[in-house]
Write a protein that binds this ligand. Structure first.
Ligand SMILES: Cc1ncc(COP(=O)(O)O)c(C=O)c1O
Length: 444
């Protein structure tokens, strides 16, 4: 347990109760006994978070051998693990079938043949689903992954060929997976997309005699990142989603449904805390240099700047890590950018917040309006529980990834270490020895 009230910065901090609450909310919109919500480890594979989520009754959605290893170590039942992703290594496919996970969603003809052979070799029960990229109109999500040209899944046009290939290789297909979009915030769009997908599946089954014993319906549950965005209210969707699922299983005969969600579960429940290290004037701007930036929350810096949309950031008014983790989003409706929680608008000053990297793109927030900042102040970057540690260049400039903390009812636990110089150097040392022991492990 953490003794000090404020750890060394920068760090990530997660709110366990918030994560549990999000899991419970998702469970209410999925059909009991038939549907399983899988946590997408790509959002954040921290084993303590995965364990929290699995203890809440969710399964795991994995895309790499590492994620599968973390999932299995969490104690989740293999029948509640699914594997999805445009490329899966032979090692990953082998571990999936050896562990009899619920399903692997294949995304290409090559993968179908390889997985079929591995299943036979290991006498595995793992179901094979086809990931489809159907011709459906999708709306409301910020990132389309279906219903348009994409590297994901098999198009409707290719479906007959792939089904024939499966037959000729004696590979049984048990169902389909569709992940059409993500980050949907509007309940009406969510329901409309979901309804269109269900209709499409019913139609495909009729037209292609598509086996639909298991269906992975994807997800797309969004969270707000920018000013003016509201959180997705799942509660009003409950009735419509449950009745669409009921209709789907009645029409198709499906016995298992799966949903996937990453950011909705952990995104809002993770914050990064950084510290102001220096303040300087240049070209009429006041630059505030912090000890974390683009290397810790790529989405909040590079992506948000590209979109010219400010993220939710505020000056920490309380120096207590548990209170920071559980603090609600600051109200940003009336502010240009990043208003501090304390202080009035009248005394606000405009800053350019930057991170520690040697690149002009490491701007955390341009035009950050805040009560006066001083060296030593802490800043909280919100909504970074998902796709921060997993999609930021943590090794850039050799800073390494920072420590991670989890706030639980019994206190604050450290659940991830700051990368040490020794650990970072390990990548470049003892190469031959480590490769030899790795290949021994693979053989055994
Ligand atoms: C196939 C698949 N499943 C699940 C997810 C998780 O999405 P989210 O974190 O938005 O819930 C993604 C995200 O890209 C995905 O591609």
């Amino acid at each position: 347990m953490l003794k000090t009230s404020m750890p060394h910065t920068p760090f990530y901090v997660y709110d366990q109760a918030g994560i549990q609450q999000q899991c419970d909310r998702l469970k209410t919109v999925t059909l009991p006994d038939v549907a399983t919500v899988l946590y997408s480890l790509k959002a954040n594979p921290n084993p303590s978070l995965v364990e929290t989520i699995v203890n809440q009754g969710l399964g795991c959605d994995v895309s790499s051998a590492f994620e599968l290893d973390v999932a299995l170590s969490s104690g989740v039942a293999p029948k509640n693990i699914g594997c999805v992703g445009p490329y899966k290594s032979t090692r990953l496919l082998t571990e999936c079938v050896r562990n009899n996970i619920a399903f692997v969603a294949v995304e290409s003809a090559e993968e179908l043949v390889e997985l079929g052979a591995l299943k036979r070799r290991y006498g595995s029960d793992t179901a094979i689903l086809l990931r489809l990229n159907p011709n459906v109109e999708i709306s409301g999500g910020s990132m389309k992954m279906g219903g348009a040209a994409s590297q994901f899944g098999i198009t409707e046009d290719d479906l007959p060929t792939v089904l024939a290939l499966a037959k000729s290789h004696q590979v049984a297909i048990s169902g389909v997976h569709i992940y059409a979009t993500t980050r949907v915030l509007d309940p009406d769009s969510f329901i409309a997309n979901f309804s269109a997908l269900c209709e499409c599946l019913i139609d495909l089954q009729t037209r292609f005699a598509l086996p639909l014993d298991a269906i992975n319906l994807g997800g797309g549950f969004g969270i707000p990142y920018y000013k003016g965005e509201a959180a997705l209210a799942v509660e009003p969707m409950r009735e419509a989603l449950l009745s669409l699922q009921q209709n789907l299983i009645e029409k198709t005969g499906a016995t298992r449904l799966f949903f996937e969600s990453g950011r909705f579960i952990v995104g809002e429940n993770g914050k990064a805390v950084i510290q102001v290290k220096s303040i300087k004037q240049s070209g009429g701007k006041t630059f505030v240099v912090c000890d974390g930036g683009y290397n810790l929350f790529h989405g909040a810096t590079a992506f948000a700047n590209l979109m010219r949309k400010p993220y939710f950031i505020n000056k920490a008014t309380r120096l207590n890590v548990a209170e920071i983790a559980c603090a609600a989003l600051p109200n940003r409706e009336n502010t240009a950018c990043g208003e501090a929680l304390s202080g009035t608008k009248a005394e606000a000053q405009r800053y350019t917040l930057v991170g520690p990297l040697c690149t002009p793109s490491d701007i955390i927030a341009d035009k950050f309006d805040s009560a006066p900042l001083a060296v030593g102040d802490y800043l909280v970057v919100h909504q970074v529980g998902a796709y921060a540690i997993t999609s930021s260049p943590g090794l850039f400039i050799g800073h390494g990834f920072p420590a991670e903390y989890l706030v639980t009812p019994t206190g604050v636990q450290q659940v991830g270490k700051q990368d040490s110089i020794e650990e970072m150097k390990r990548r470049y040392t003892n190469i031959e020895q480590e490769m030899a022991s790795e290949s021994l492990r693979r053989v055994s």
